[in-house]
Design a binder for this molecule. Structure first.
Ligand code: ADP
Ligand code: ASP
Ligand code: MG
Length: 479
């Protein structure tokens, strides 16, 4: 008998009908003798609605959050009625939904009165989505005759107080999870835990970042020492590229942690980039599977890369970024400019996605999320004020309308001719490459192109991917 941790994303919790389908997947696995720990996201679209309401409240726009309150109440009540037949249980669930949504409305009202939304307040508000969905699923499973319990991860996942991207404290979390969850699993109970959220040791609600339910599932899977983590979503697995951009994208049967880490970091939304962190040490396999097509085997993510005939496994894209350049003829040979630049950016808590330095040392550039770019430029200008005054550094500026495209596959670096093939394809399409980096990883190669060219570039590069069956894939060197 094995322990499985399941995670159902927002689309897998989209309506009563879909929650029934997801619940059936749990029931089937439990029926096969597995102990199943389930982590759920909010119903699709709910987190965005909660965020929008909170921001509207801060602007004093009561109409928006009142409208959202009504819509959320209707949607969850309707789902509750369809999911629970037993009259008393349905009453209790409806009352619980009322209580949570009243709490949400009260929070929005306080934000509106204060005219201020703190990161802490925002996390309290957005946490409601998962609290609601976990209760819906657990109540449905109970209605089907199974011992299921909804559990708020605020009781389990202990985090620091960096609201919006809280860092879990694994020792404390493991102790709580083992104490509270293992006895349930052993006695055949189905715990349905809220994804996305945690709490500080003092009990203040935090969230792990957008898309963070995958990470929650990784954390909980590690804590119960699950045999496998299965991430149930709305596509058949991790695909060769975003299926919304390229219709011929296909499922990748096997990926290594490293490969999926690069894919996720560079924009493949299908898995949160931190998901693998808690499970890597244990070598725990992660399966990405489709709630709407549960017989498809999906993608298996494992410690080592699979040796394949072709090298490039996937192409990803990151939008909403800016390219920051620091340039100056006087930079040549001045020691420490790069270090000081990066430290200045790091102090602002800005995440650098790609770094590149021209070989002449006259300029360096890097890519950051667009929302952080203004802050990053200001911080660098302040740090290099003396060099700018002396004109050793001529300029620090951010370029908009940039997208990063990343080519992922184990062993890219050892394969001769990759860059030639990549540039060949882009040249055929007359796409200009603004930056290229094959950074610290032998598993990925990133380029930046103008946003206007990005979609075409992904479609063109996708021709080089493994298994496309078009004869253009880049072959691995003979072993
Ligand atoms: P969930 O709600 O289950 O967490 P997400 O919407 O967060 O699902 O992630 C799944 C979506 O990620 C897919 O519907 C797909 O559009 C998108 N996606 C982007 N890149 C990829 C990729 N390489 N493979 C699979 N899906 C991808
Ligand atoms: N509901 C959260 C979000 O939309 C977490 C998740 O779905 O993973 O970001
Ligand atoms: Mg997701």
């Amino acid at each position: 008998m094995s322990i499985l941790t399941f995670k159902f994303g927002g689309t897998s919790m989209g309506s009563a009908e879909i929650i029934k389908g997801a619940s059936q997947i749990i029931i089937d696995s439990a029926g096969q003798g597995h102990q199943v720990l389930t982590v759920v996201s909010a119903m699709t679209g709910v987190t965005n609605q909660l965020l929008d309401s909170a921001h509207a409240a801060a602007r004093g726009d009561a109409a928006i959050y009142l409208q959202a309150t009504a819509a959320l109440r209707d949607r969850h009540h309707e789902a509750a009625r369809a999911l629970v037949q037993n009259g008393q249980a349905q009453e209790a669930l409806l009352a619980e939904i009322h209580r949570l949504i009243d709490g949400f409305q009260d929070l929005c009202r306080s934000v509106a009165i204060l005219g201020e939304l703190t990161p802490r307040g925002l996390d309290a508000i957005v946490s409601i989505g998962e609290r609601l969905s976990a209760r819906l699923m657990a109540a449905h499973l109970q209605d089907c005759g199974y011992a299921a319990v909804p559990i708020d991860a605020t009781r389990l996942i202990v985090t620091g107080n960096t609201f919006q991207s809280a860092v879990p404290q694994m020792d404390k979390t493991t102790a709580r999870v083992r104490q509270q969850i293992l006895p349930l699993l052993k006695s055949g109970v189905l715990p349905i835990v809220t994804g996305f959220i945690g709490a500080t040791e003092e009990g203040v609600t935090t969230t792990l970042g957008r898309g963070g339910s995958d990470y929650s599932a990784g954390i909980l899977a590690a804590c119960v020492d699950a045999d496998e983590l299965w991430v149930w979503t709305d596509v058949d697995g991790v695909m060769t590229t975003d299926p919304r951009l390229v219709s011929s994208a296909s499922v990748i049967p096997v990926l290594s942690y490293r490969e999926v880490g690069e894919l996720a970091f560079f924009g493949a939304k299908v898995l949160h980039p931190k998901t693998i962190l808690p499970v890597m040490d244990r070598g725990m396999p992660i399966l990405v599977r489709n709630t709407f097509n549960p017989t498809h085997p999906g993608t298996r993510i494992q410690p080592e890369a699979e040796i394949t005939d072709y090298v490039i496994k996937a192409i990803t894209i990151v939008q909403d970024v800016h390219l920051i350049t620091v340039a100056g003829r006087g930079m040549v040979g001045v020691p420490g400019i790069a270090g000081r630049t990066f430290s200045a950016v790091a102090r602002e808590n800005v995440n650098l996605l790609v770094i590149s330095q021209s070989s002449s040392e006259q300029s360096m550039c890097f890519i950051v999320p667009d929302r952080d770019s203004g802050r990053a430029v200001e911080a660098i200008k302040a740090e290099l004020a003396r060099e700018i005054e002396r004109q050793d550094v001529d300029n620090v500026w951010a370029q908009e309308n940039i997208e990063i495209i990343t080519i992922v596959g184990a062993g890219l670096r050892e394969t001769p001719g990759i860059a030639a093939r990549v540039f060949g394809v882009l040249a055929e399409e007359q796409i200009n490459v603004i930056v290229i980096t094959q950074g610290s990883s032998d598993t990925s190669l990133s380029i930046a192109v103008d946003s206007a060219d990005a979609k075409r570039a992904v479609q063109a590069l996708h021709r080089l991917v493994v298994g496309n069956g078009n004869g253009q894939g880049v072959r691995a060197p003979a072993r």
